[in-house]
Design a protein around this ligand. Sequence first.
Ligand code: GL4
Length: 808
Amino acid sequence: MNSSEKKKQKEAFKAAYINKIEEVSGDCLAESSVLKQYQALAELVMDDITTQWAKSNTKYNKHQNKQVYFFSIEFLIGRLLKSYINNLGLEDIVTESLKELGLDFTAIQEQESDPGLGNGGLGRLMACYLDSSAAMDMPAHGNGIRYKYGLFEQRIINGEQVEVADNWLRNGYPFEIRKPDKAVIIKFGGTIHSEKINGNLTFVHENYEPILAVPYDIPVKGYHNETVNSLRLWSAETLEDFDLPKFNQGQFLDAVRHKSEAESISQILYPNDNGFDGKLLRLKQEYFFVCAGLKRIVRRYKQFNNNSMDGFSQKICIHINDTHPAMCGPELMRILMDEEGFGWDDAWKMTVESISFTNHTVLPEALEKWPVSMMKSLLPRIYMIIEEINQRFTQEIYAKYPHDMERNYGLSIINNDQIHMASLAIVASHSINGVAELHSKILREETFKGFYQVFPERFHSVTNGVTPRRFLMNSNPDLKDLLNESIGTQWQGNLFELKRLLNYLNDPIFSDKFNAVKLSNKIRLAEHIKKHNNLIVDPASVFDIQVKRIHAYKRQLLDALHVLYLYNQLKENPHLEIAPRTFIFAGKAAPGYYYAKQIIRLINAIAKMVNSDKTLNEKIRVVFLENFNVSLAEIIYPAANVSEQISTAGKEASGTGNMKFMMNGAITLGTMDGANIEIAEAVGPTNIVTFGLSSDEVSQYEKYGGYRSIDIYEKDPRIQQVMHQLIDGTLGFGLNFQNIYDSLLLHNDTYFVLKDFNAYVDAQNRVDQLYRNERTWTKMSMTNIAHSGMFSSDRSILDYQREIWKII
Ligand code: GL4
């Protein structure tokens, strides 16, 4: 675009924007609030997107291409305004126009609430996959729940986590379109009886409670193309607002009770990551979005396919994100048999051919098991179908493997009066995959070993990826510009092109510019820390960062104990030569997870002690940033030097934060777990720092014993010292971390924190040495970025297309 064209476009944009502000606020620009400026900009952007959206939908209705639907109970999309603007290619026009109008673009963006419709990696992965699919012109859509309250907001008060409701819809949400005309009815409870209708045995559902599912669609705009896909989120409503007869009889509370009970289904996101709590309301949520989503997909398919289901499983992929949508199997069977008139065998073939399943965790406490009684009374017809699926499946395997009764028994979907959702998902889909090589291997050899023996061809592996649009281009614009001016812009379309950066490893001018970008990102984070924690940190210090959900297996404790150890070292020897470090933590703990909350308390206690100790010469600082969410993450990743990925080997299915850090040039300090292993392979051993037990070693100890944490404790005075400090009042008057202490000694350290302590301290020393050689560190950092192509979610989506959906 030449400069006069650009000028014209900017003038047109400014005129339209001023108009919009007047339209949405009734105020002129000068008097408008930042909120109205944001709303006007959002509406203007939506005007552009909806036109393209309609075109994409028309194209899709012809069913020339296979459509993928991601069913997920979480979609952690983050703020959208900036990403829409950049994807539309309007970045410069908007940024410059707003500047010329004297408006603060950053402040405008901060008006947008960050929809917290997910807990962590699992939900964020879906958002990355939607972004990549749209960028690659692939028809893939999301199907989930429009929670009225997303994941709680975290406040840190007196060092402890306090949860506050996340009312993200408070000011309305400009990027959704409510579609009451596409609402469907979901039936809960009631009874089933069979009847002969026109000579056919038919199942009739009676006395059920009907709930209305109303879709809200959010456009998913592709990067610099014409594709706009849809994220459909369902909201629960009553059929009639309230029960009028009751109201007229003066029973006001009863009249509205039904309304609030119905609406409770989409009221709140369960705040557990990697955990299952078995609540009835959660089961309702699961069926709610599964049933609503499938109904619309089937209806639309027929509408544009001469009212026929022919070819359905060749044209539709139902991809289920972990087991929460596992009822897709029985529900599709129900629709096909009870509503579309198919017999069992045909319906089953179509179901299995359409559904594919990704598993996201091997932690036993996260595997979903629903009591038969609960399923039977809430979803009687679904239960009948699950029972029949199980009967047919078990019969088949008993006939095929008559000598392997014990294994066969373990494969039953219904066991001990519980429905095993992972087993259901495996049996009812043609593909199951893990999310990193190691994770997929553990699924084949341990978690789902029996199923792997029966269905080896169903098992695949697709390593996770993250979108470089949000996590590099948008959140690290200075790095983007530097890359563009040095290696050209091809990498923006194909992240493998970042390899060209390797040509600059020995270029001192480039290195200086590269380090300047990192420094300015660290200054931005330091300003955030000053504002929110009232703490000054030195941007020249090593920014050593662990941000993720707080969970025992992720071992924030190991990180914290090392900080404590380093503190002890510095107290002993104030002249200890180390590169100054800022240890930064952030992450939410599930509200009911006491241990994780204690970890937060511990980190804050250590922070308080360390930051107020003047004798340390500011060599170490400790920060806990409250309310980790996508927006905060976007400031954190670009500022990191060290990426802490220190889960107990074998426990983190993949991790995706590790990839976001790497893409922004942080060096991974990690165990050989999840996708860390593939990061190590990609960058080579000299560009990563790894340590600790391997997953094989962990699993040997778990199976055969042989680890006694007390032995380690008794041999290591450094460990004894930090352990005592947990309980002797060092960390503050009245602060006692007895249960953390007990978890390590009394309960034999389930996650091998003490076992890996020594190796971790050594690894941290290596990090220190490496950082102190600036040239080496810069090269390592550049090498990490250069090899991050493989961790783009574009690559993951290509893998899914080839291996699983068989699209290309
Ligand atoms: C998770 C895994 O814990 C995480 O390792 C993985 O990267 C992510 C996406 O596949 O899924 N599983 C659950 S549950 N929450 C996660 O973040």
